[in-house]
Design a protein around this ligand. Structure first.
Ligand code: C5P
Length: 398
C-alpha cells in the first residue's frame, strides 16, 4: 500500500533516535522510498552509515550543499509525500513552533507544506514543561499531526511520560495519513482477536493456542486503509485505534453486542471457547481435597451465529474457521450454519501457517461467490487480501 510513496524522515538528537532504524526498515519493507535527514545533534546518536545503509540513499545533514542545483531544503520538499520527525526533541519542537530554520531539518520543516507527523520523545520533566506544551499546541493548531509519547521507563532512568511512541504506531499513523482517501474511509470495522479464557478458579483457566496475530493484522490493515477500527482482544494492546480487552467468551459477547451496533463490518477472528466451566470456584481448587476432579462444562453462546441472526442492514459479517480435517467441507457447513457473509478457513494441522505463526494460507467462502484461495503469505498480506475481497463487492456495487 505504500509502494513508491516518498517518506522523508527527520531525526533529532535524542536517545530514541536508534529506534528510527526500525522505522526506516518498516517503510522500506513496504516498498516505500525513504530519505533521512539528521540534525547535527542526531549524528551523536545514530551514524550516517547506518542510516545510509537502511534507507539505501545518502543521508542529508548539511544545509548548504552546493552539488544540487536546487537547495536541498527545496528539492527534498518537492520529493516528499510526508515528513516525519521522530524522535522530535524539545529543542526542535521549539524551533518548529517559532519558525526557526537553523539547520537542514528545521529549514525543511519550515519550507514543507505537505503532511507533517511529529513524534516527540524526551524526559518527563521536559515533556511536561509548559513552554514545550505550548509549542506542541502551536504545532497541532498549525495542522501538524502529533504521535503522543507514551508513559514508561525512560532511558534517563526515570519513569513517566515522554518515551517515543512505538515505531509501529508512528508507521501506522504515517500510513493512515498517506491514505486519507482510501477505500475503507468512513467504514466502521469491528474485529475480534485471540483465544478466550474460561476461568476455573482464580488461578486456572481453559484456553486455546490462538495468538490473535491474524485478528491484529486485520485490524492494522483496516486502520491503515482508513477505517475506524475497534479491536476486541484477549490481550492488552496499545494501538492508534480503539482496543477493548476481554477475558471470557461471555465478556467478548457483551463487548461485541455493544460495539456491533454501529459497525459496517464485523470480523470474528477470535477463537472463542465453545464451552466454559459451569462454575468458577471463588477460591483456588486444592489438590489435597480431590483425588479426581470432574469439571462440568456448559455451552457458550455462539457470538457469530447470534450476530448473524440480528444482522443490521448492509452489515458485512465475517467468520473464521480453524479446522484439522476436511477443511472445505466443514467450512461450507459452517458458513450455512452460522449465516455469515464470508467465512475464512484455515488448516490448523499445518506447522508453517495458522496458530502462533506469522504466516497463514486461507480459503474464503461466501454465500454467492466461488471459493477463493489466498496462498501462503505473511498475516499482514493475508489481512489486506481478505479486506479487499470482503469490500470488493461493495465497491463495485454488487
Ligand atoms: O463454531 P466454530 O468455533 O468453529 O466457529 C468459528 C467462528 O465462530 C469464529 O469466527 C469464531 O470467532 C466464532 N465463534 C463465536 N462464538 C463461539 C464460538 C465461535 O462467535 N462461541
Amino acid at each position: 500500500m505504500l509502494r513508491n510513496k516518498n517518506i522523508l524522515i527527520g531525526i533529532t538528537g535524542g536517545i530514541a533516535a536508534y529506534k528510527i532504524c526500525e522505522l526506516v526498515r518498516m517503510f522500506k519493507k513496504n516498498d516505500a522510498n525513504v530519505k533521512v535527514v539528521l540534525t547535527p545533534n542526531a549524528k551523536e546518536f545514530v551514524t550516517e552509515l547506518t542510516m545510509d545503509t537502511l534507507a539505501q540513499d545518502r543521508v542529508y545533514i548539511e544545509q548548504f550543499n552546493t552539488t544540487d542545483k536546487k537547495p536541498e531544503h527545496i528539492s527534498l520538499c518537492d520529493w516528499a509525500d510526508i515528513f516525519i520527525i521522530a524522535p522530535a526533541s524539545a529543542n526542535t519542537i521549539g524551533k518548529l513552533a517559532n519558525g526557526i530554520a537553523d539547520n537542514l531539518l528545521t529549514s525543511l520543516a519550515c519550507a514543507f507544506t505537505g503532511t507533517k507527523l511529529i513524534a516527540p520523545a524526551m524526559n518527563t520533566g521536559m515533556w511536561e514543561n509548559r513552554f514545550v506544551q505550548k509549542n506542541i499546541s502551536a504545532l497541532k493548531n498549525a495542522g501538524m499531526h502529533i504521535v503522543e509519547p507514551e508513559s514508561g521507563f525512560l532511558a534517563c532512568g526515570t519513569c513517566g511520560k515522554g518515551r517515543l511512541a512505538s515505531v509501529e504506531k508512528v508507521f501506522n499513523e504515517a500510513a493512515l495519513l498517506l491514505y486519507e482517501n482510501q477505500a475503507l474511509k468512513g467504514k466502521k470495522i469491528l474485529i475480534t482477536a485471540g483465544g478466550t479464557r474460561e476461568n476455573l478458579d482464580p488461578v486456572r483457566y481453559i484456553g486455546n493456542y490462538s495468538s490473535g496475530k491474524m485478528g491484529k493484522a486485520l485490524a492494522d490493515a483496516a486502520y491503515n486503509a482508513g477505517a475506524e477500527v475497534t479491536l476486541i482482544c484477549t490481550f492488552e494492546e496499545t494501538k492508534p485505534y480503539k482496543t477493548i480487552t476481554v477475558n471470557s467468551a461471555l465478556e467478548m459477547e457483551n463487548a461485541v453486542k455493544n460495539e456491533a451496533q454501529n459497525a459496517n463490518c464485523v470480523i470474528m477472528a477470535a477463537a472463542v471457547a465453545d464451552y466454559r466451566p459451569a462454575e468458577c470456584s471463588v477460591s483456588k481448587i486444592k489438590k489435597d481435597k480431590n483425588e479426581e476432579l470432574t469439571i462440568k462444562l456448559v455451552k457458550n453462546p455462539d457470538i457469530l451465529a447470534n450476530l448473524c441472526k440480528n444482522k443490521k442492514q448492509n452489515q458485512i459479517i465475517v467468520g473464521f474457521c480453524a479446522e484439522s480435517d476436511d477443511l472445505i467441507e466443514n467450512a461450507r457447513e459452517k458458513l450455512a450454519q452460522k449465516g455469515c457473509d464470508f467465512l475464512v478457513a484455515n488448516d490448523i494441522t499445518r506447522k508453517d501457517i495458522a496458530f502462533s505463526s506469522d504466516y497463514n494460507e486461507v480459503y474464503i467462502l461466501s454465500k454467492d461467490a466461488p471459493i477463493k484461495k489466498i496462498d501462503r503469505s505473511t498475516k499482514e498480506n493475508i489481512a489486506k487480501s481478505i479486506l479487499e475481497i470482503i469490500f470488493k463487492g461493495e465497491n463495485s456495487g454488487n
